[in-house]
Design a protein around this ligand. Structure first.
Ligand code: ADP
Length: 361
């Protein structure tokens, strides 16, 4: 059985005049999941969120929330609440009044409102600020109030539009923890729009990557990061090197040997045809450097010259360039780097294990 907060979009489209911002997307978000919609600016993620909220009319398709078809229902009838990027707090009201506002609209009695607002303020650790006005709060505190205000009506779905983008990096990480904690405590569905990869990876049970009004891939953070379906997703999520090659001959059982500008083995890819062009990814932390040919003949390998060494604290970022100018990024932990330091202009063989290659569609 689906819970109250299960969401299903069936062939949902949005047209603004002749522009199609969302192109017949299908999406199922399980009840109680934390789902992030991510993609570059203009890909249609906010429009999708606003259609779920009911702040934007669905041009075509159907929206189900908890088994009810809510396509035509106004926002208040959907069991959803929305938290906006700029928090949209009422400046003339105290925090407690802001938080209780949704209950007032529902006709809840003043004493009940007060009690429930107090409880909700405690949940976001803001009880002591109940009587302050929003302009007497920091950005992070305002955000907690906005969160409490959107949760007071006990929605089954909370929709968040870039909720962390106005915060500094330190606060952003703290609020990220807070959002995840609240979502798990309340057990309701969160749908969160962001353009920040780290945010999507850190928060989500389910990441949905959009491009040009289309869902390009959905899956767990690990799936999206480690098995990006396309070059676009690999580049967008980051942490990957993309290689190209042409399949030339069969290698050992279950593998193919490809020789292009780069040569490599791909295990479990026996269906590839000779002459076929392939693209594959290798994570930046899974490429090694060796002074001679690597230990195992089966490893992917390519001669490089170090062109950049960048100290980042926990990590050292190394760029190694091949003779035909392809740049390969390697991330080494600082301790790995200290054990095997490299300098600009050093020459190495860059190598990787075949099982770390992920073939792109
Ligand atoms: P994102 O949130 O991914 O940045 P949006 O959903 O805001 O993208 O926008 C998707 C596309 O729809 C963009 O091309 C944008 O210009 C267009 N769009 C968004 N809102 C409107 C609107 N109210 N009127 C016309 N076009 C819009």
């Amino acid at each position: 059985m689906k819970g109250n907060g299960a969401i299903e979009l069936i062939a949902v489209s949005k047209f603004y005049g002749s522009t199609q911002a969302v192109k017949s997307i299908d999406l199922q978000i399980p009840a109680g999941a934390y789902c992030c919609l991510i993609g570059p600016s203009g890909c249609g993620k906010s429009t999708t969120l606003r259609m779920i909220a009911g702040h934007e009319v669905i041009s075509e398709g159907d929206l189900l929330i908890g088994d009810r078809n809510v396509t035509e229902l106004p926002p208040v009838k959907r069991g959803t609440a929305m938290m906006f990027q700029n928090y949209a707090l009422f400046p003339h009201m105290t925090c407690a009044e802001n938080v209780a506002f949704g209950l007032k609209m529902q006709g809840v009695s003043p004493s009940d409102r007060k009690d429930r607002a107090k409880e909700m303020l405690a949940r976001v650790q803001m009880e002591q600020f109940a009587d302050r006005k929003p302009d007497q709060l920091s950005g992070g505190q305002q955000q907690r109030i906005a969160l409490a205000r959107s949760l007071i009506t006990e929605p089954s779905v909370l929709l968040l539009d870039e909720p962390l983008s106005a915060l500094d990096p330190f606060l952003r990480a703290r609020m990220r923890d807070e959002l995840r904690r609240l979502q798990q405590e309340l057990g309701i569905t969160f749908v969160h729009v962001t353009h920040a990869q780290d945010e999507a990876l850190a928060l989500s049970d389910m990441v949905v990557v959009m491009e040009d009004g289309i869902i390009r891939q959905k899956g767990t953070p690990q799936e999206i990061f480690n098995q990006p379906r396309s070059r676009f997703i690999a580049n967008f999520m980051g942490g990957q090197n993309i290689f190209k090659g042409t399949v030339s001959e069969s290698g050992p059982a279950g593998t193919l040997l490809a020789r292009g500008p780069d040569s490599f083995f791909l295990p479990g890819f026996a269906d590839g045809k000779a002459g076929e062009e392939l693209e594959f990814t290798i994570r930046t932390d899974l490429i090694g450097l060796d002074e001679t040919a690597p230990q195992e003949a089966q490893n992917g390998q390519i001669p490089v010259e170090i062109t950049t060494v960048e100290y980042l604290g926990l990590w050292v970022r190394i760029v190694a360039t091949t003779s035909d100018g392809k740049e390969i990024t390697l991330m080494k932990t600082e301790s790995e780097f200290r054990q095997a330091p490299v300098r600009r202009q050093d020459k190495f063989i860059a190598y990787w294990k075949p099982e770390h290659a992920h073939v792109l569609a």
